[in-house]
Write a protein that binds this ligand. Sequence first.
Ligand SMILES: N[C@@H](CCC(=O)N[C@@H](CS)C(=O)NCC(=O)O)C(=O)O
Length: 412
Amino acid sequence: MNLTFAPPFALAAAAAAAAAPRVLVRASPRFLPLRSVAWGTAPTRRRAAIAAPAVATPSITRPPSPSLAAAACRGPPTMLSAAAGAGAKVGNSMMDVSKKGEFVRKASSFRDWVRADGSTRFAPAAGRYILYVSMACPWAHRTLITRALKGLESAIATVVVHPHMGEDGWHFVDAKGEAGDDSGRCEPEPLFGLKNVSQLYRKAKPDYDGRFTVPVLWCTQESTIVNNESSEIIQMLNSEFNEVAAKPNVELLPKDRADSILELAQSFYNNVNNGVYRCGFATTQEAYDKAFGELFGELDRLNEHLSTRRFMAGRELSLADVRLFPTLARFDAVYVQHFKCNKKQIKEYEHLHGFVRDMYQQSGVGETVDIGHIKRHYCTSHPTINKYGIIPNGPDLTDYFTAAVHRTGLTG
Ligand SMILES: N[C@@H](CCC(=O)N[C@@H](CS)C(=O)NCC(=O)O)C(=O)O
């Protein structure tokens, strides 16, 4: 079975944005400019236009409270502040390790919100926002799943970075493409012709000195980053873009249960979502052992939880599922060997594996899983873990995602 998916993914800017000035992505044999949205197989795939950055509208209301971004960026200078130039070595999150050898993830910096009620300067509109993502990144994956479930493909374009994250961080392919993008999903940076994601951050904030992470929700109108925290971006995609969503009635965070769903999702963040990284990036045996124990303790609990419930919050798919699935979907393919999470594989957990298949088989979700990018990214981007960047051939994932699943009877 071929586990790479070319089709209905990437870029579509909305017809509704037609009034805005447009830049067409450079024509190349792989990405032909197109007037209307269309999909094709990777070699002939066409890209729709993306709204060009426009001058900020002065009448737009500022958010009542200052952006958290400003506060977050006021932290102590790091080694990154010296690396201001384009293409400079930017480091990556692997370096964020405590004296005890524990991986400590930094908080995301840009925390503004798109609001449909006009309470912030970022109003929802088709074609106004772009998601910069990596197909390999589990955090970016959440945004792709939410975008697919809400039917936002035509309203919010994506730009997919190359799976290899090197010394300059994430980078964009040029018009000729680049080896390593087996599924043909990467695209040149369409707005400014940038080489690296770090340059995008510095367009938004020239003295930015945090990590240059994906996903990034970019506003073409204000030419800035709205938000780079996946757990918040998916809330916006769920509730703030309904006017331009093809599936506005899909509700992934019902108001009456929002707090409990967010708490549920938070309950497995440290030990599972971040837990696999705490295993993989640990630099002492003690730190690894702790993370490993907590990870598998939590997976046991989640397996039990999902033995009576189809989804994390019960019968309905919610943002808690969107936050769990990307980690589980990568687990057997990379975390078991690359991050040494090898006590058990997900396929040995009956209910977790059933949940993975169920999620994968939801409309539009399978197309967001790119095992080729996932394996290439992890195995080639962490030289202290895998010095020669050899990508293991296994495991055999035939039918891993697509085998029949019988979970609709779970009513808990
Ligand atoms: N808390 C962020 C984390 C995002 C994140 O760490 N993304 C990784 C990719 S998996 C990244 O871009 N890392 C770049 C780096 O390590 O510097 C979120 O949920 O959006």
